[in-house]
Design a protein around this ligand. Structure first.
Ligand code: AKG
Length: 293
């Protein structure tokens, strides 16, 4: 298969901090991934494989490390057609960083507050990209990702609340909603998200699911500069998918506030909600809360 023409994608990504490839995964591939979700959740104790929504509905909202839980996700994250686009954005030496899966159930799915991914895991350079793969047709009604174009060029916003890292840009610092662009796209489409892009998604108030698989990648010469719980959890799973490893760290100038939380990290949802660690561990079964994002 010949390499795709990615010139427009790269231009859009550099200018806006995100870029979309519609229907990169075809309907049969999307169906296989949605079946894999059903397989993963087909366990007596959902809390052992997923984090559940707050309250008593018992619905899963996030599957931890889907690439470790099902081979269909492992294959999708390493699919050459996905990596060809990642390569165009961050170069030929590509590390798999980590993965997660967000299930925004109809009328239930939680908000993802404004944030920049880099705030959670600062690295020596900013060649880190998340590929958000829509597994349902996605519109504003069922929580399309929203982003502020060009925000990746303006450094790191403040993700602290009351003196601690809370993984969201809140209050007066939150972007003007008028600047946000909804990224609507059919199932199988991929939104490539620069690690400094300000992005958000609303609660799902529609009658449709909005499922999204999020494998994240980084250039092989991007090294974590803070060995907190995110790096502690994810670095053992980092692996080379394409090109060569690097014995050199490429360093971009910048001032990066570190993600120092008042409690061990939970998921992005838990951290942004300020969920009580003990309570959350009890309801999700995720006892150590050593993951982040
Ligand atoms: O699931 C979403 O809508 C966005 C997820 C996201 O932004 C993240 O996990 O960094």
């Amino acid at each position: 298969m010949s390499a795709p023409n990615t010139d427009a994608l790269v231009k859009e990504y550099r200018e806006n901090g995100f870029a979309v490839v519609e229907r990169l995964f075809d309907p049969s591939e999307v169906a296989e991934l949605n079946t894999a979700i059903t397989d993963i959740l087909n366990v007596p104790d959902i809390g052992s494989v997923a984090e559940v929504e707050p309250g008593d509905n018992g619905m899963a909202r996030r599957i931890w490390s889907p690439t470790k839980q099902h081979s269909a996700f492992e294959r999708a994250a390493a699919h050459p057609k996905l990596l060809d686009h990642v390569e165009a954005l961050i170069g030929p030496d590509i590390l798999f960083h980590y993965s997660k899966l967000h299930l925004k159930a109809p009328q239930v799915g939680s908000v993802v507050d404004w944030h920049q991914d880099f705030a959670y895991y600062p690295h020596t350079n900013t060649d880190l990209v998340t590929a958000l793969v829509y597994l349902d047709d996605t519109t504003t009604e069922n929580s399309a990702l929203q982003a502020v174009p060009g925000s990746h060029l303006r450094g790191l916003a403040d993700h602290y609340v009351d003196g601690y890292f809370r993984g969201k840009v809140a209050g007066a610092d939150a972007p003007d909603p008028a600047l946000a662009v909804p990224i609507e796209a059919p199932a199988g489409s991929v939104v490539f998200i620069h690690c400094l892009l300000l992005h958000y998604s609303s609660p799902n108030r529609s009658d449709r699911y909005r499922r999204a698989f999020l494998p994240a990648y980084r250039a092989a010469d991007a090294y974590p500069i803070h060995f907190g719980s995110h790096a502690g959890h994810n670095e053992p799973g980092v692996k080379l998918l394409r090109g060569n490893v690097s014995d050199t760290a490429r360093v971009e100038a910048g001032t990066w506030r570190l993600p120092l939380a008042e409690r061990p990290f939970g998921s992005l949802f838990q951290l942004q909600e300020g969920a009580n660690q003990t309570e959350t561990a009890a309801t999700t079964g995720y006892a150590t809360l050593e993951d982040a994002k």
